[in-house]
Design a protein around this ligand. Structure first.
Ligand code: SF4
Ligand code: SF4
Length: 482
């Protein structure tokens, strides 16, 4: 066990609110009556339904298939009957849950695969995505990492978002499964060294994992400063290894693979027991909920069921958030379901929300100091306000993590993160349009080239015709034999 090699640049120390749930053990949610299971719970395109209306499904059955790379299969957490299917990116499959819950079938790898491919196949079939919230399909991430020799595996226990204690509880209660998942990842990647990065405010988790690591070769706990956003991959790598990943490089290109503690547990269950991802642990917190909790929840459970099983609301929340308060998503509907990437459900009172009346930029520079990516948030914001997308891109808008640190410290309460989110969407749109234009230009140039070639060939053929005719019409020469 050792302390961080480097304090990453920037970062903030928001009030953690973790005391609301950090000492509450994980308990399973009672079975909900209905699951609304989204088809898109990963970074790529939505999965394709494999069931029809009225079908009976078993617990753990695959109900939608991965469309292509960066997509992942989707399973039903509970047995029941399919009552609604909405296809597409915002689509979902609704399952009315049955009272009887027969044992779920196990996933198996196809015959003839070597050990590494068999493990990857199980991880893929299980539909595992980054459980820390990134929702990057784990099998794709590992396969991409295998293009480069992986020296270091970092297991991310840096749960730096305020309120959330999901990973803390997992590290305290399921440390053996984390080590089990690490061993499988070591076997697949041949990583020489494994570090488990944990913030110094999680003393029990540090003690528990350090105790287990003493029996392991090449697995060590690294104590990190409690700093937001230390849980983001680049900051984690910087703190653990002392190495900085350049803005345009992937960590795997530098020989480092990062996986969240929850993802390691899911990998352990998939490879060891053939279990798909059907449930996840979430923190339910905020001052508007009666009984804050850490719950094991079937994926697809609507948030109204969770609120109901946490004693209901103390007061009408000013905001409901899926995830943490810094990077989470505000939701309106009580039917919104929990997904594979949902680490928390926050029911927040008005006094837990930041001030929202923006004024002009004071040029105080606090956002510069807070930015973990060493960007100049106020300058990017100024460009975006004037639709200066190209300049905002030059200033590093695409490298922005949308972590919200700049907005958190901004005394002018400027909506910096919302602008950067919107700006990145615009850059993606512009890039798509540029790519389309480039493809159109290329096709047009190829067409012009083909037409010119055909015209030249035709002209050459025309030019050859009179010569042939002339040869045919010419009188036989004297030397022509009779
Ligand atoms: S939201 Fe972007 S610009 Fe703001 S601090 Fe985070 S990384 Fe920097
Ligand atoms: S923190 Fe806010 S007020 Fe200060 S320079 Fe940045 S954008 Fe301007």
């Amino acid at each position: 066990m050792f302390s961080a090699r480097l304090k990453p640049h920037g970062g903030i120390r928001p009030y953690s609110h973790k005391s609301l749930t950090r000492d509450i053990a994980i308990r399973p949610l009672a079975m909900p009556r209905q699951l609304i299971i989204p088809l898109r719970q990963h970074t790529g395109p939505a999965a394709v339904p494999l069931v029809a209306l009225g079908d009976s499904v078993t617990a753990g059955q695959q109900i939608a298939g991965a469309r292509e790379r960066m997509s992942a299969p989707v399973h039903s957490a509970l047995a029941g009957v399919v009552t609604r299917i909405v296809e597409g990116e915002q689509g979902s499959i609704t399952v009315n849950v049955s009272v009887d819950q027969p044992a779920a079938p196990r996933l198996t790898a196809a015959d003839g695969l070597d050990e590494t491919q068999a493990m990857l196949s199980l991880i893929e079939q299980a539909g595992i995505v980054g459980m820390g919230g990134a929702m990057f399909p784990a099998a794709d991430k590992i396969r991409m990492s295998l293009r480069h020799p992986i020296e270091t595996l970092i297991v991310n226990g840096g749960e730096c978002e305020p309120y959330l204690t999901t990973d803390d509880r997992l590290m305290r209660e399921q440390a053996e499964f984390i080590i089990g998942g690490i061993r499988y990842l070591q076997a697949i990647t041949h990583a020489k060294q494994v570090y488990i990065g944990i913030e110094d405010n999680k003393t029990e988790a540090i003690a528990r994992l350090d105790e287990l690591c003493r029996q392991e070769e090449h697995i060590e706990v690294v104590i990190l400063p409690s700093l937001y956003p230390i849980g983001s991959a680049k900051q984690m790598i910087e703190a653990v290894t002392g190495r900085q990943i350049p803005q345009n490089r992937r960590s795997t290109e530098m020989g480092v693979l990062v996986q969240n503690v929850g993802t390691c547990i899911a990998i352990f269950h998939a490879v060891r027991f053939g279990k798909p991802v059907t449930h996840r642990v979430i923190t339910v917190s905020g001052r508007a909920i009666e009984q804050p909790a850490n719950l094991l929840v079937p994926i697809g459970t609507p948030i109204k069921d969770i609120i109901g099983q946490c004693g209901g609301l103390k007061s009408q929340p000013a905001r409901m958030v899926l995830g943490g308060p810094m990077m989470g998503r505000a939701v309106e509907s009580l039917d919104t379901p929990i997904t594979k990437g949902t680490s928390g459900l926050l029911l927040l009172n008005g006094d837990e929300l930041p001030q929202t009346r923006p004024s002009a930029c004071l040029r105080c520079g606090r956002c510069l100091d807070a930015c973990p990516m060493s960007l100049a948030p106020q300058a990017i914001f100024a460009e975006l306000k004037n639709d200066g997308f190209a300049k905002a891109r030059q200033q590093g808008l695409n490298a922005c993590l949308l972590c919200g640190s700049c907005a958190y410290v901004c005394p002018a309460a400027l909506p910096l993160t919302q602008f950067f989110d919107w700006g990145q969407q615009q850059l993606r749109l512009i890039k798509r349009q540029e790519d389309k234009l480039a493809r159109t230009r290329l096709n047009s140039a190829k067409r012009q080239e083909r037409l010119a070639r055909e015209a030249a060939e035709k002209a050459a053929a025309q030019a050859a015709k009179p010569a042939r005719r002339a040869r045919r019409a010419a009188p036989p020469s004297e030397e022509t034999p009779c």
